[in-house]
Design a protein around this ligand. Structure first.
Ligand code: ASP
Length: 333
């Protein structure tokens, strides 16, 4: 908190998305134009914080490209270096889980950072943007930075690594990879049932991000035929969303072996929405032979999050280290 002031200094970044959308009466289209100041003025907390509003990327989230991730993270870094107590980002919900995780991975953990958005545009009945923003302001003012970057939607609080959009339209569209949200908001009360989990983050911002890293989702008897084209047009990495906890059909597996032999970084994730990969699948066709061939098994992250982590590691020219080894408590012998 600023010396001599009792109000928390909050950097409020408006980065487009449905939360900022109003209806263009001429065309009927939704356009993301509500600024950080306009959004804040609708909440009941405007007078209780010292806001530094910034309008950064006023567009729908899916139009975002790699430079948007870098622009957002650079802005947060620059502004936090010059002194704020917390950062709130309003963002499109389609790509929020990726942007929040990107920021979580690259930003030094010095102040709390909270993302939020809306499932209904401002002109629709049930616009949830004001409530979500109020919640985000409460969370950022109350929760320590050690929790890492958080997302709040629909009165729930999620860690950036765990949150994902599980429904295209519901107000409670967001869910946690680890099974439950980290906390909830009841009016002006915040309940955080999980303690912060210390973990390793790259903590550095790459200057560029490679964008030619595809995600391939496998299905039953899928031969992953597209992967042959990768040998014609080399890429540096690929993320595989396996079946359930790590299963890869036989022909696809041969192709993955070939890629790994050619030095392509292959990161294999569970394809199921939650849970982790299963190291104890020892039958032929499970993934132990892939590990031996150099495929990286990502136990915790969704394929999209694993891709973000891979983009960062390629950008920083460091090896991809599977996420969350720190979370696992080893068996005591
Ligand atoms: N449907 C999206 C949203 O909720 C659009 C976007 O992600 O920008 O904001």
């Amino acid at each position: 908190m600023a010396q001599g002031s009792t109000k928390p200094r909050i950097l409020l970044i408006a980065a487009g998305g449905t939360i900022s959308m109003v209806r263009d009466l001429a065309t009927g289209a939704s356009v993301p134009i509500l600024s950080a100041t306009a959004l804040l003025s609708q909440t009941s907390l405007a007078a209780q914080i010292e806001a530094r509003p910034i309008d950064l990327l006023m567009q729908p989230g899916p139009g975002g490209h790699s430079s948007n991730l870098l622009t957002l993270a650079r802005c947060i870094q620059r502004e936090t270096d010059s002194g704020v107590d917390g950062v709130v980002v309003t963002h499109g919900t389609d790509t929020m889980e990726e942007a929040a995780f990107f920021v979580d991975e690259v930003a030094p953990v010095t102040v709390p950072i909270v993302f939020t958005g809306a499932m209904r545009p401002s002109w629709a009945a049930g616009y949830d943007g004001v409530k979500n923003l109020e919640n985000a302001l409460r969370v950022v003012a109350a929760v320590p930075a050690e929790y890492g970057t958080l997302v709040t939607m629909n009165d729930e609080i999620f860690e950036a690594w765990s949150v994902f959009k599980a429904d295209t339209g519901a107000l409670d569209a967001f869910a946690a990879r680890r099974g439950a949200p980290s906390g909830r908001i009841f009016g002006d009360q915040i309940e955080l049932t999980w303690r912060p989990m210390p973990r390793q983050r790259p903590g550095k911002l790459p200057s560029t991000l490679p964008m030619d890293i595809p995600i391939l989702l496998l299905g039953v008897a899928d031969e992953a035929a597209l992967l042959d084209q990768v040998t014609d047009r080399p890429i540096r990495g690929v993320v595989i969303a396996s079946i359930a906890a790590g299963t890869v059909p036989p022909t696809a597996r041969q192709r993955l072996f070939r890629l790994a032999e050619h030095g392509v970084i292959v990161v294999l994730c569970a394809g199921a929405a939650s849970g982790r990969t299963a190291e104890d699948y020892y039958y032929p066709g499970a993934y132990n032979d892939l590990i031996a061939a150099g495929v990286v098994i990502e136990d915790h992250l969704t394929p999209r999050k694993a891709r973000i982590r891979l983009l960062i590691s390629l950008g920083l020219q460091i090896p991809y280290v599977p996420f969350g080894g720190e979370f696992v408590i080893p068996w005591l012998h």
